[in-house]
Write a protein that binds this ligand. Structure first.
Ligand code: C2E
Ligand code: CA
Ligand code: CA
Length: 534
């Protein structure tokens, strides 16, 4: 007859069940969803009662905890974990780190770490193959006690996993305050469906854990949709029915032999110079530096064409002239602000920065949308640098400068020059402009081609007399002409022969004035003197 044991039956038979092997460990592998390789496994307690059949932890663990029996049972599971590792070591089976569960009541025992160590030494297992899972609910007894327990485990070299992370309301604080090595997230968070509110919460937690440099394992992953979603937000490690149900020792050892392994790696390998944990603390020096001293900056992730903003500072928003805040900007797709050409340039620069690991710069045009002014186009110079990597995901630091006015001036010059050249070529004349203030002369394309002039002739007209283009005997009158124009003459009209062959040219000038009536430039043109003209 299959049934669950009563409370009394549990309390009476725990010791015997441990002794005769009715209580034992099963193993659930943890898989990197991106590679299919095994990264570890968790030992879970099972109790197979000879008469009443399989008992599940959800019923007997709380009873064990209530009667102070759970420590003995947990140590028994830990011993079986060590036995599996010993077996693998002795038989040259490649092993993965095994996690075992510690009840929240265990960690309050003074001898808790010593008892674990006793067993580990008995089987002589290197501590790197063992991991301790403690649940977030352990924090109920106070953060200091929990951190002390974690410190003691760290002293002996155990990695500590935060189990059921996200089940408590204080999760984010726990992550910030506790020194855990691995985080386990439960899929119950996704009850709102992939992409729903749950998805957003997980996504922000994962982004935060990246900063803390902590690997994340997603638990209870049942569908490939869930696993794909987790992967898409940078969480590669999954444990759940999608890959494996908890399996018994022999089957697990078989899996160890037939599945490839790989080590668990941090979600992000941050560069050493930046303490990522502090980055999220609004009062930390890092945040102060980011907000006040670094100029307009953003931190983004880039992965397979997808760009996401994680953080921007106030100067960033000011620089691009937006009246949005950081929260509103995060979660929008940065690519929406770019057309195809500018997106391609920006993305090529990101890829270059990934390749070179150096600072790379691009100038792109983007759209900004502000509540008061609607859409405008601006030019932005961006210096990009890779500061972290996790698999094919890159953490990118971007410093920006709004260069719209610089760019617009340049564009105006290019534009006028283009029109100018086009026109002069059409009407078969030579044309140029002369700027009074600088004595620069800018010849048209035909002048450059036929008369071998550079794009800008400095100290005009001195060089054209020096190089013999114009005859020396016209020098004085030509200087006088330019002087008259600079003094306010609106137009002029003279005939000057070229030195070579003395071919006469009709030279005309028109002066351009600024708003105050001050002469700025003179537009010159020269046409061949046709018969009858003189
Ligand atoms: P837990 O540590 O969060 O363990 C994960 C639980 O989720 C396991 O249930 C596992 O069988 C189940 N699970 C794994 N993949 C999936 C999935 O894809 N879908 C669903 N719906 N469930 C999945 P289990 O073995 O019944 O254990 C329940 C809880 O009992 C554990 O939760 C843990 O808190 C506790 N427990 C289990 N073994 C031990 C132990 O040795 N010591 C202590 N102190 N507690 C244990
Ligand atoms: Ca667990
Ligand atoms: Ca869990």
């Amino acid at each position: 007859m299959e049934r669950q044991l009563t409370e009394d039956e549990i309390v009476e038979s725990v010791d015997e069940a441990i002794k005769n092997g009715d209580i034992y460990a099963v193993f659930q592998p943890q898989i990197n969803h991106a590679t299919g390789r095994m990264v570890g496994a968790e030992a879970l307690m099972r109790w197979k009662h000879p008469e009443f059949g399989m008992q599940y932890p959800a019923t007997f663990i709380p009873v064990m905890e209530a009667y102070d029996l759970v420590f003995r049972a947990d140590l028994h599971i830990f011993e079986e974990v060590c036995q599996v590792q010993r077996y693998c070591l002795d038989n040259h089976i490649p092993l993965v780190p095994l996690s075992f569960n510690m009840s929240r009541y265990d960690i309050y025992r003074h001898d808790y770490v010593e008892k674990i160590e006793e067993i580990r030494k008995k089987y002589d297992i290197p501590v790197k193959f063992l991991r301790v899972e403690i649940t977030e609910s352990s924090a109920i007894g106070g953060m200091e006690i929990l951190q002390m327990a974690i410190n003691r485990l760290h002293e002996y070299g155990y990695l500590v996993e935060m189990d059921d992370f996200g089940s408590g309301y204080s999760s984010l604080n726990i992550l910030k305050d506790l020194d855990v090595d691995i985080i386990k997230l439960d899929m119950r968070f996704l009850s709102g469906g992939v992409g729903g509110r749950g998805g957003t919460i997980i996504s922000s937690i994962i982004q935060m854990t990246k900063w803390l440099n902590t690997p994340v394992i997603a638990e209870g992953v049942e569908t490939s949709d869930q696993a794909d979603y987790m992967e898409s937000i940078g969480c590669y490690y999954v444990q759940g029915y999608l890959y494996f149900r908890p399996i018994d020792r022999d089957e697990f050892i078989l899996q160890l032999k037939t599945t490839d392994h790989e080590p668990l790696s941090p979600a992000m390998n941050l560069i050493r110079t930046m303490d990522a944990g502090k980055f999220w603390d609004p009062d930390s020096l890092e945040t102060l530096i980011f907000s006040n001293f670094v100029g307009a900056a953003a931190v983004m992730t880039y992965r397979n064409g997808k760009l996401e903003i994680l953080r921007i500072n106030k100067k960033y928003i000011r620089e691009i002239g937006m009246n949005m805040d950081e929260k509103e900007l995060i979660g929008t797709d940065p690519w929406d602000s770019y057309d195809e050409t500018n997106k391609a340039l920006y993305e090529a620069t990101i890829k270059k920065a990934i390749r070179t690991r150096d600072e790379e710069t691009c100038e792109t045009q983007r759209r900004v949308c502000s509540k008061s002014c609607g859409d405008t186009m601006i030019w932005v110079r961006t210096d990009l640098r890779v500061i972290g990597q996790a698999g094919d995901e890159f953490l990118i630091y971007a410093m920006i400068k709004n260069i719209t006015s610089e760019k617009e001036q340049l564009m105006a010059v290019i534009d006028s020059e283009r029109k100018f050249r086009y026109a002069s070529d059409q009407v078969n004349i030579y044309a140029w402009e002369y700027i009074f203030a600088t004595k620069d002369m800018r010849p048209c394309f035909r002048c450059m081609r036929d008369l071998h002039l550079p794009p800008v002739v400095k100290n005009y007209p001195e060089p054209v007399f020096e190089n013999g283009l114009f005859p020396m005997d016209y020098k004085e009158s030509y200087y006088e002409l330019l002087q008259n124009l600079e003094n306010g003459l609106e137009s002029a009209d003279v005939i000057i022969p070229l030195t070579v062959g003395r071919i006469p040219f009709h030279v005309r000038y028109t002066t351009e004035f600024d708003e105050t009536g001050k002469p700025l430039k003179a537009y010159g043109s020269a046409t061949l003197v046709v018969d009858g003209e003189s």
